[in-house]
Design a protein around this ligand. Structure first.
Ligand code: AGP
Length: 603
């Protein structure tokens, strides 16, 4: 869960390395460093703290050289200190290495390298010392790099530079690494935003690929050194996508990008003539023979998966959402009648990748529902459907949830049309509601009174979020967003659970957000009355004109009237705004919440 960047060219590398790291900070931000190749040897500068600390250090000690590597860290082995920050070097300063992932056999290797002087607690530092062994055995840098890779096991994306060579060496296994191609400059990075302002021509490296790039070009080969061809693809992302676009935070920008993201997610996928949901990526026969659906995901994506479970069950399709981390280590029986849908924004979440791999070979069909073209999940699954939300930089997922749910609503319609026993929604009523969803979200963004709620309740003891049907996963998502960025205790659960325990926690200091979607609202209103009886403040999220709800709520966050299957998306936008504004009231580092990172690439 770190960010790697590297660059070779004909002019100074440092500015592009630092801006690359800035655009990767959502992957980890507790320490950072760079290394460049100069005629006087390798220059290595690294600091604990955010990128600003590193930039200040670089200002004080100018860094030269047209080839270099950089790293922004999310600690797994050893606390965030200058010594544990990357790059790591060998005893003689011949090679510098940055790494994202975990080297499982590092302690055995470290024992083997007992004569070497280790200066950090990290797993990564074994790599430069192993390379040193190969160099002292007389191998050239590339061979030394390859022989070292053969020795390590675990998940990794690695980039290295050597003293006396302006080449950068890179490889990946289990962690993402992409190559950026420009006229006479080449980049390596954990993700495209690192170099999007310089080039949108990208090569998606695959596990086992080894890339050697220097100012004159690049070569990709497999672990045995055999050259491999990898296509250069152009990403249709605009460089400003990697910027804040004038918003105070990426999270706020991405909340306001939802109408656009939803239009992209829905475009060309709902045929109002036939009332059918259509996916160009999924040929007609894709779901032939499928009888049940498993959805695997983590975090916000798990809440989108739970939303889809409710939709599919409602359409008579046997479906269950699972936490990937549990599913991967103990997968339920699957066979050719099972469809396993992996819901993952980044396409790189290690838990979800292992859940996919746990059913490979059982005959189950696998489908990735993801936001990132070329991500590992797209290669591990039989089929892929993109949610088309555009790059999401904010660690707290927002627009990706809405686009995931919109895509899963369409997929649920398609599955209920294709699967035997499925009962698709008649008359396209859901597709109609979906087609106006982007405008409805815009109305919520334009008219929301979330600021009043945040101002009044941002320093309460705890926060509860309740809902029924699709309102249940929305309440879980609302509480996750609240926890992630305000650092306050929040819980989301089905309103049906309230009397079976959680009601004991409800007091006048625990605001309760109640989500009304237009289905089972009467029951949810009963729960609101039980909460009011304990004097707890109630903030209802409900469509306009629901006066009977307004009577029992201290505040109503209004959403446009729409189909219950779609209403959850609108309600969630209100909860996103409340979380953002409450965190802003508390002056939290909203884009870089403590202890978190955008995509969790280790289990
Ligand atoms: C959500 O705000 C978090 N960033 C996190 O829970 C995230 O949803 C989870 O790690 C899953 O990530 P994915 O969708 O990229 O697989």
């Amino acid at each position: 869960m770190c960010g790697i960047t590297a660059r070779v060219g004909h002019d100074e590398a440092i500015d592009e390395l630092l801006s690359g790291l800035r655009n990767l900070e959502y992957r980890g931000y507790d320490s950072a460093g760079v290394a460049t190749v100069t005629p006087d040897g390798l220059t290595v500068i690294k600091r604990s703290g955010e990128i600003d600390e590193l930039c200040t250090a670089v200002e004080k000690t100018p860094v030269h050289g047209s080839s270099g590597i950089g790293h922004t860290r999310w600690s797994t082995h050893g606390p965030p200190t200058d010594a544990n920050a990357h790059p790591h070097t060998d005893c003689l300063g011949q090679v510098a290495v940055v790494h994202n992932g975990i080297i499982d056999n590092y302690s055995d290797l470290r024992d083997e390298l007992s004569t070497h002087e280790f200066t950090s607690d990290t797993d990564t530092e074994v790599v430069p010392h192993l390379i040193e062994e190969q160099l002292s055995a007389g191998y050239e840098p590339e061979e030394a790099f390859r022989r070292t890779i053969d020795r390590i096991s675990g998940s990794y994306a690695i980039a290295a530079v050597f003293d006396g060579s302006d080449a950068v060496y890179g490889t990946r296994s289990g962690s993402p690494l992409v190559l950026g191609v420009d006229d006479d400059t080449y980049y390596l990075a954990s993700d495209v935003p690192a170099f999007l302002e310089y080039t949108d021509d990208v090569v998606y490296l695959q596990d086992g690929d080894v890339v050697v790039m220097d100012p004159d070009g690049y070569e990709i080969s497999d672990t045995d050194g055999e050259a491999v061809e990898r296509a250069v693809e152009t990403v249709d992302w605009d460089p400003s996508d990697a910027g804040k676009g004038g918003y105070a935070h990426y999270m706020l920008k991405e909340i306001y990008e939802q109408p656009t993201a939803l239009r992209q997610s829905i475009r060309g996928r709902s045929n109002s003539m036939t009332g059918r949901a259509e996916f160009e990526e999924l040929p007609e026969e894709t779901f032939d023979g499928v009888e049940s659906v498993h959805l695997v995901a983590m975090g916000t994506s798990y809440h989108a998966a739970l939303y889809a479970q409710a939709l599919l069950s409602d359409r008579g399709v046997t479906a269950q959402a699972f936490l990937s981390g549990e599913y991967g280590s103990n997968p339920p029986p699957t066979d050719e009648r099972t469809l396993v849908i992996a819901v993952t924004q980044s396409g790189e979440t290690a838990d979800t990748l292992s859940a996919i791999r746990s059913v490979q070979g059982t005959g189950a069909r696998t489908l990735a529902v993801t936001n990132v073209v070329g991500s590992t999940a797209t290669r591990e699954c039989d089929d892929t459907v993109y949610i088309r939300a555009g790059p999401e930089i904010g660690v707290a997922a927002t627009k990706s949830f809405s686009s995931q749910v919109a895509t899963l609503i369409l997929l649920s319609e398609r599955l209920s049309q294709d699967l035997s026993g499925g009962t698709p929604r008649a008359t396209g009523e859901v597709l109609d509601a979906l087609s106006v969803l982007p405008d409805d979200v815009q109305r919520v963004l334009d008219a929301s009174t979330a600021d009043t709620v945040a101002a009044e309740y941002h320093d309460s003891d705890s926060y509860f979020f309740i809902g029924r049907g699709v309102g249940h996963p929305v309440s879980m998502e609302g509480s996750l967003k609240f926890k992630e960025i305000t650092y306050d205790h929040a819980e989301g659960f089905s309103a049906a659970e309230l009397k079976h325990g959680p009601l004991a926690l409800v007091t006048e200091n625990t605001p309760v957000f109640a989500v009304f979607t237009g289905r089972d609202d009467t029951k949810t209103l009963h729960n609101v009355k039980e909460i009011r009886a304990r004097d707890a403040p109630v903030i209802a999220v409900a469509s306009e004109g629901t006066d009977r709800i307004r009577e029992y709520a201290d505040h109503v966050l209004e959403i446009p009237e729409t189909h219950p299957d779609v209403a959850g998306v609108l309600a969630n936008v209100q909860l996103q705004l409340v979380s953002y504004l409450a965190a802003d009231e508390l002056a939290r580092p909203i884009d870089k919440p403590r202890n978190l990172a955008k995509s969790v690439t280790v289990e």
